[in-house]
Design a protein around this ligand. Sequence first.
Ligand code: SDX
Length: 436
Amino acid sequence: MKLADNKATLSFSNGSPSVDLPVYQGSIGPDVIDIRKLYAQTGMFTYDPGFLSTAATQSAITYIDGDKGELLYRGYPIEQLATKCDYLDTCYLLLNGELPNESERTDFHKLVTNHTMVNEQMQFFLRGFRRDAHPMAVLTGLVGALSAFYHDSTDINNPKHREIAAIRLIAKMPTLVSMAYKYGMGQPYMYPQNDLSYAGNFLRMMFGTPCEEYKVNPVLERALDRIFILHADHEQNASTSTVRLCGSSGTNPFAAIAAGVACLWGPAHGGANEAALNMLHDIQAQGGVEKIGEFIKQVKDKNSGVKLMGFGHRVYKNYDPRAKLMQETCNEVLAELGLENDPLFKLAKELEKIALEDEYFVSRKLYPNVDFYSGIVQRAIGIPVNLFTGVFALARTVGWIAQLNEMIGDPEYKIGRPRQLFTGSERRDIGTVAKR
Ligand code: SDX
């Protein structure tokens, strides 16, 4: 980042002395006002719950232009990555800043493939859960538990440890997610198979059984790989900020990523794909397309607490580019499976059309986000609704790690410790019980 030639001057109407604050510029996007010395100079904090106007860090990994609906991973548009690269290329790019050349690509794919198995002891963690436990509860536990197995890669300040922990997490997430699924199904776990692609391996560990050969469908394999690419990273979203804040205490990478899994579970964030599909199911059950008007009315009624899940975004005030690519993937997968007339997909497209013409959504710049169509694709592939966010966590793990490593490598980083505006009781003494 570089110092801008203009600066910000904060003045007070009560005659307190004004304060000059430096302005910094990045390579693209909004400048920032550096307020690090504000408290020392004024005795005041800034106030920004939800961080609507706060840059918590500098970063060179992912850039979103919310007005244009543009998403860049290390400068490459998501549309090009989703069509010209695969997920492991994207992992390499996010972690290292450049796409791999032929030999780097081969080595990286081999490295990840050879770390896909988990310690045999991991399977015994699952036995503690009820069979109907939500997979995200299981995943949060399993990812945190990884730190108990890899003492040789838990020192976050050791670059070698960070590197091997990154590979282990990227490689093992598909195995852990499929184990959570198999446990719920009461089916045996499937071991990874090294001659399959990353997405192909996940499909086989999810849907294969020891009883017969599992044949990977290349259309589903490609669709899943694209879903992983679309979910890989997204600037300082809630779960990434959680991982950064958790990692800023110096805890091990597995614990920090487990915190990200827990945050992603929320319906306002990664849980929205599950909530969006359940919303479509409910509308369908109540009558389908004819019921959309009634549903939209509910959404517009603030007291209903009903939101159009899969719509709206803190940054995108235009169409989420990932939603467009997800809709294309939807078409491909449904066509491959002969589900072109899938009622939920038709309902989703009709709901989108009506919402995008409705003043309530237009005036608030609410467009479909990545979660609006991802549930339909995953459901068509056979992934159960309650595992959608687990797939999101699988894909986002590389983004969390890249952001965590960038933070640890940033000379400016300190343990994150926000302040507050205190509105509670002033100092008071405890009286006798009789007087309470
Ligand atoms: C993800 O941050 C990321 O990058 C996240 C993510 C990633 O890749 O990491 O992109 C993944 O989390 C996508 C978002 C998934 N969540 C949903 O689809 C849940 C539904 N969406 C909303 O909850 C909401 O849009 C948020 C949480 C996504 C964004 O909320 P903001 O930025 O805090 O905006 P807001 O809630 O202040 O909304 C502004 C207005 C409000 O109305 P008014 O008070 O102005 O009258 O728009 C309304 C909101 O009520 N609104 C919605 C709505 N989203 C916002 N109304 C109905 N349905 C919605 N979906």
